[in-house]
Design a protein. Sequence first.
Length: 319
Amino acid sequence: MLLRADGSDSLGMGHVVRSLALAAELLHSGFEVAVWGSHVAEGKQIAKSFADVPIENLPEPRDGSEQITDIQAFDPDLVIVDGYHFTLEFFRGLEWRGIHYGVIDDNGKPQGLQPVFLVNQNPGATSLAYKSIHPSTQLFLGLDFVLLRREVWETVVDPSTHDGSVLVAMGGADTLNLTERVVEALVPTGALINVVLGPAAKNREVRREKIRKAERVLDWHHSELVEAIADSQYCVLAAGSVLWEAAALGKTVVALTVADNQLMPAREALSAGLVSGLLDGRSLMQCEDFGQVLRESLARAQALTEKQEIVLGNGTRRV
């Protein structure tokens, strides 16, 4: 099986990470797999469970049918495609060459014409009109099929370590450069702040050095994200796949949407009780009261006591 996904400082790393998570579980189940795309080498560094996954790195994202010949060279029985930038011509090229494929989607608008299967891991996915669009496609919809790395569902959280600490993680690429502003906003709370800067973030090492100088801040390596989630009582997160990781570990979360494709899943997560606060990261960046708005949202989330722990974390096995 070939998993096709791209990451970059503009696309983020979510598609790559969940493709690697699924590939790792397929490999563990005895399948031959490879993950092909841009920034997959950086994505592989994110989790130890990805270590044995074969990868082929692309220098930059590709979206069109020109890559079909390269895909044929892998001689896959199935291609699993994760990403919104892939064009209709790309999927037509797969079908014209007789290459079977599945897609991983988030928003109910997949470009693929006749996928063998479709995964949408988000709450609310069952209400989307997939069946009318793809009547012969096998559907894996909702939180039962969340594609999380093995480390998440093997982690046991020790509640005694909770000390009011807050995790800040703005995604694999931090496309809006939010991390430092969020940290600066939270310092006045006096809480211990755990920070994870993603592997595809621009000027990453320079920024990490600056983050380390802030008061009561611990800088974690991106490969330690799951441990950082487990070690924190509260989380301020970009509204990507890390939301489901935090939910699986039973954390109180304030989510910041940083891309259009995150809006629907994040709102559904809020309705399901998986997220206790939700802010538009792009609007927040323009807000003069950035720090106050964020601190107030976190304070409201901390005051909530009810939580629906319904993300089981082993969706990769189910798929």
